[in-house]
Design a protein around this ligand. Structure first.
Ligand SMILES: *Cc1c(COP(=O)(O)O)cnc(C)c1O
Length: 428
């Protein structure tokens, strides 16, 4: 397979080095862990993106998850345009905030009150402040390999981006802050129990990706989420489900619906903005009423609840309320999964495909992956080679072994067949 001509992308990346640190605005985009250079994207259409050299790629990154309806969905583009014509930001309440709140709560009944913010990072950062205020405690528990945005408290054993770059921690995070974050291996309930026994009255909250996606897809083992719910109740801590990625992705109602666990607080992002920056956190009313101006916990944002994000979010959720959209997404996910498994069998490759709803990761390891320790055994060089081969075949996967791939409603049967063909050729 001939490599594609990416001259223009290469030129732009060269220029970008002298303008942006590392040439990008977010680290994993730089393609470093796959020994390659990023493509500059010109436009997207449905399941496809086109780079500035005119190459077309079937896209499984989908802006790292948000684009569940594919690129440049007509209905979403239309509401963004008509909304923009009436003004893009007022810093004042607008009716669309109520409409998006009602729709979010329709999918996530555990969110009795919701606050909209501008990113997943803001959502998790604020949720933790709120949990600390509510419980009058400082410590939090997070899991090795889970990512909750780039706030200081969370840059400890933080999965994909951080792990890919080989930064176990980040310089600039004060030790006193990092020390407030206690780490347990994902899927290890005994470790969590031991932490609670050591600090029975000091833990404000557990924050967890209920299906991990930021070390590649790692579903919870049976009883893990139930166990977290039980321990938090026993020790008076809050349970925060960070569903910024899993929301609308593992199930329209997120992992909390799929596994029937009610968290105290939930964070959302990605899908709920319909491709425009947005995040949200919400939960039990008694907790949320501590947020200013209802209560004393400060949280604010110039662009929070802005018309473009609210309009794109409302339109996305309106479309997702049609059950046929989810049924199709599940059918295509199954087609992809079955196809990959049969290729692996045929080639006698014992790699592990792990998936949940519309998220998947092919781990280049012969061990099942249940936590960061087992994920990190995956062969990164083999993944990098696979990634580059797939790109040559016109399929754009995440440029890291430790990321999820995503499907959109625009990935039809034809696209899945193209993908399977490319995988068959690319797996060596
Ligand atoms: C992407 C992500 C975040 C951060 O969201 P941003 O919008 O990138 O700030 C937080 N938590 C999880 C689980 C995510 O996948």
């Amino acid at each position: 397979m001939q490599s594609k001509n990416i001259t223009r992308s290469q030129e732009l990346f060269q220029q970008a080095q002298s303008l942006l640190p590392g040439g990008v605005d977010s680290p994993v985009r730089a393609f470093r862990s796959v020994g390659s250079q990023p493509l500059f994207i010109d436009r997207g259409e449905g399941a496809y993106v086109y780079d500035v050299d005119g190459n077309r790629y079937l896209d499984y990154v989908l802006s790292w998850g948000p684009l569940i309806l594919g690129h440049a969905n007509h209905d979403i583009s239309r509401v963004i345009c008509t909304t923009a014509q009436k003004g893009t930001s007022f810093g004042a309440p607008i009716p669309l905030e109520l409409e998006l709140a009602r729709r979010v709560m329709g999918f996530y009944p555990s969110m009795e009150r919701v606050r909209f913010v501008n990113s997943g990072t803001e959502a998790t950062m604020s949720a933790i402040r709120l949990a600390r205020a509510f419980t009058h405690r400082d410590l939090i528990i997070k899991f090795e390999g889970c990512y909750h945005g780039h706030t200081d408290s969370f840059l400890v054993q933080a999965g994909s981006g951080v792990a890919t770059l080989g930064l176990p921690d980040s310089p600039g995070v004060p030790t006193v802050t990092a020390n407030q974050t206690l780490i347990a291996p994902f899927n290890d309930l005994d470790a969590v129990k031991a932490i609670f026994q050591s600090y029975p009255h000091q833990i404000a909250a557990i924050i967890v990706e209920p299906v991990a996606g930021n070390m590649g897809v790692v579903p919870p083992v049976e009883g893990f989420l139930e166990g977290l719910r039980g321990l938090t109740e026993e020790f008076g801590a809050l349970l925060i489900f960070d569903e910024v990625m899993t929301g609308f992705r593992v199930h329209p109602g997120g992992a909390q619906t799929l596994y029937n666990i009610k968290p105290d607080l939930t964070t959302l992002g990605k899908v709920i903005g319909g491709g425009v920056p947005v995040g949200a956190f919400g939960g039990r009313q008694a907790i949320m009423d501590l947020i200013a101006p209802a209560g004393p916990v400060y949280q604010a944002g110039t662009f929070s609840g802005n018309p473009l994000a609210m309009a794109a979010g409302v339109e996305t959720l309106r479309i997702l309320e049609n059950p046929i959209v989810w049924e199709n997404l599940e059918a295509r996910s199954k087609q992809l999964k079955d196809g990959v498994l049969s290729i692996l069998r045929k080639k006698a490759l014992n790699y592990h495909l792990q998936s949940a709803g519309t998220m998947f990761t092919l781990f280049f390891t012969e061990n099942p992956v249940s936590n960061w320790a087992s994920a990190s055994l995956a062969n990164r060089e083999k993944y990098a080679q696979f990634f580059r081969n797939m790109l040559d075949y016109g399929v754009y996967l995440a440029p890291s072994q430790f990321e999820a791939g995503f499907l959109s409603s625009m990935h039809g049967e034809h696209e899945i067949l193209l993908t399977l063909e490319a995988i068959e050729q690319s797996l060596v």
